[in-house]
Write a protein that binds this ligand. Structure first.
Ligand SMILES: Nc1ncnc2c1ncn2[C@@H]1O[C@H](COP(=O)(O)OP(=O)(O)O)[C@@H](O)[C@H]1O
Ligand SMILES: [Mg+2]
Length: 229
């Protein structure tokens, strides 16, 4: 099995005033391609920090992150943005949809803002793919709706479709059900499981709902800056 991600001795501290707080205190983790992993832990434990470091949105204070064997913090900004845009999808608690664009346009966005959209990425095929993803999420009839016209669960499904637009290999989900009722949250996680199984996308799901975490293949807990299995 090839590793999707490997992190070695990752530390992260923040300076707050004249104090330094250590959030991550030496994390080692290997994630195989196609894995579905849940990350749990109390609020403030550093789950989002770790996810941001894994996704190249933030840098560790010490340690290394390898994406398919490549040291991502050794990449220049352009190469790192490209890697994020092409290979990593992010899903957040508050969806982060663009309010002035329709569901369909939101889903199309990652393909349109690609730094250098390759040949064949014409707007017609982008639209078709976005429509197919919305259909997969059961949202065909919502394609022309704006985020404010959608329920929370629907908005999150639009966000999932958007995250899948560029066929990422890794999906990083930061409390994606944190703002949803139990039933909608369970549907979202079931959807993720299907995406993992069907498309072999590697998924890391941060949640503090242990029941939902059990949907994954492996649960890790982050406490006191250390990861335990
Ligand atoms: N940019 C930042 N500057 C200073 N402290 C931060 C920053 N981001 C996070 N922290 C602190 O790091 C700790 C972990 O935060 P976070 O990763 O958001 O935890 P979790 O997602 O597990 O709730 C918290 O104490 C938080 O206040
Ligand atoms: Mg968090």
């Amino acid at each position: 099995m090839i590793d999707m991600i490997e992190i070695q001795h990752v530390h992260k501290s923040y300076s707050v005033g004249n104090k330094e707080i250590q959030v991550l205190k030496g994390i080692d983790l290997r994630i195989e391609k196609g894995a579905f992993l849940a990350l749990v832990g109390p609020s403030g434990a550093g789950k989002s920090t770790l996810l941001h470091i894994l996704g190249g949105l933030d840098e560790p204070t010490r340690g290394k992150v390898f994406f398919e064997g490549q040291d991502i913090h050794g990449l220049n900004d352009k190469a790192l943005s490209r890697l994020r845009n092409r290979k990593i999808g992010f899903i957040f608690q508050f969806y982060h949809l663009l309010p002035e664009f329709t569901a369909l346009e939101n889903v199309m966005m990652p393909a349109l803002v690609g730094l250098d959209a390759g040949p064949g990425q014409n707007s017609g095929s982008v639209r078709e793919r976005a429509q197919a993803l919305l259909h997969q999420m059961g949202l065909s009839r919502r394609a022309g709706h704006f985020p404010s016209q959608l329920s929370g669960g629907e908005q999150q499904r639009v966000a999932i479709a958007r995250a899948l637009m560029n066929s990422p290999e890794l999906l990083l989900c930061d409390e994606p059900t944190g703002n949803l009722d139990l039933a909608s949250g369970a549907e979202i996680v079931a959807e993720m499981k299907q995406i993992n199984r069907r498309e072999k996308v590697t998924i890391i799901l941060v949640t503090h709902n242990l029941e939902l975490a059990k949907t994954s293949d492996t649960i890790y807990r982050l406490t006191d800056g250390i990861l335990v299995n």
